[in-house]
Design a protein. Structure first.
Length: 239
């Protein structure tokens, strides 16, 4: 059986690192790579900033190799690109002249960190993202824990973060804290982004509209929001 090699540099991805990128040296087409990442880790790697690309470089020992990432063309809009974990790309790092949009519907990253669109049936090595679910804490402690790691609780507008969390919790926990808090007379994302959409679970009725005690938000395994007492102990993911 041909061996699959995952390059993980533990001297750099130190203990306590809450998510890391892993280089899989096993050429596959994009769909096969996505399935492999979802089965063995969390998802094909995605990026919301240059800092995320810098982290990829650090996680794999300082050198980026050609490989699939989790970006694909929106099947309903050829000029839009979306992450395999969900949500459209709000940060882009295309090579000059890319994307060419000529039958190329998937994306690989290059050694310089730039992106190139490519036909998804090609076989390439690829990058998986492995996200750690952290032990149960209160909402405030969870937020502090993430920010000490220079990350944050999952929040909008990056739908990719929420859907990534949703996939991870399907197997190990019923719900996760997210960066949603009721302050004053409204629900807000703690990173300052406006609440552009709502996805409240119907199980709690209208309790979220003017909560007395349950003023912190969680994401359940159906991808819906729930309001909980901020002192309750829930798992969480730092993004």
């Amino acid at each position: 059986m041909e061996r699959i090699i995952a390059l993980v540099f533990f001297s750099i991805a130190a203990e306590g690192d809450l998510h890391r990128h892993i280089f899989i040296r096993k050429p596959m087409n994009w769909n096969e790579a996505q399935a492999y990442c979802r089965q063995n880790y969390t998802e094909l790697s995605f990026f919301n900033s240059q800092r995320d690309i810098d982290k990829l470089r650090n996680d794999v020992g300082g050198s980026i190799f050609h490989g699939w990432i989790g970006l694909q063309q929106d099947p309903t809009n050829s000029s839009a690109w979306m992450w395999s974990g969900g949500g459209h790309a709000t940060y882009e790092n295309w090579l000059q002249g890319q994307p060419s949009n000529f039958l190329d519907d998937k994306v690989n990253i290059r050694p310089d960190g730039k992106w190139n669109d490519r036909i998804g049936t090609h076989t390439l090595n690829f990058y998986c993202l492995d996200v750690a679910v952290v032990k149960k804490m209160s909402w405030e402690d969870a937020l502090s824990h993430c920010r000490e790691k220079q990350t944050d609780l999952a929040n909008q507008p990056s739908q990719a973060d929420l859907l990534l969390a949703q996939m991870k919790i399907k197997h190990i926990t019923e719900r996760l804290w997210i960066g949603l808090r009721f302050l004053g007379d409204r629900w807000l994302w703690v990173n300052g982004d406006p609440l552009e959409r709502e996805a409240w679970s119907q199980e709690g009725g209208e309790d979220h509209q003017c909560p007395i005690r349950k003023r912190c938000g969680a994401l359940n395994k159906e991808g819906l929001w729930e309001n909980w007492d901020c002192q309750d102990q829930l798992n969480f993911i730092c993004i």
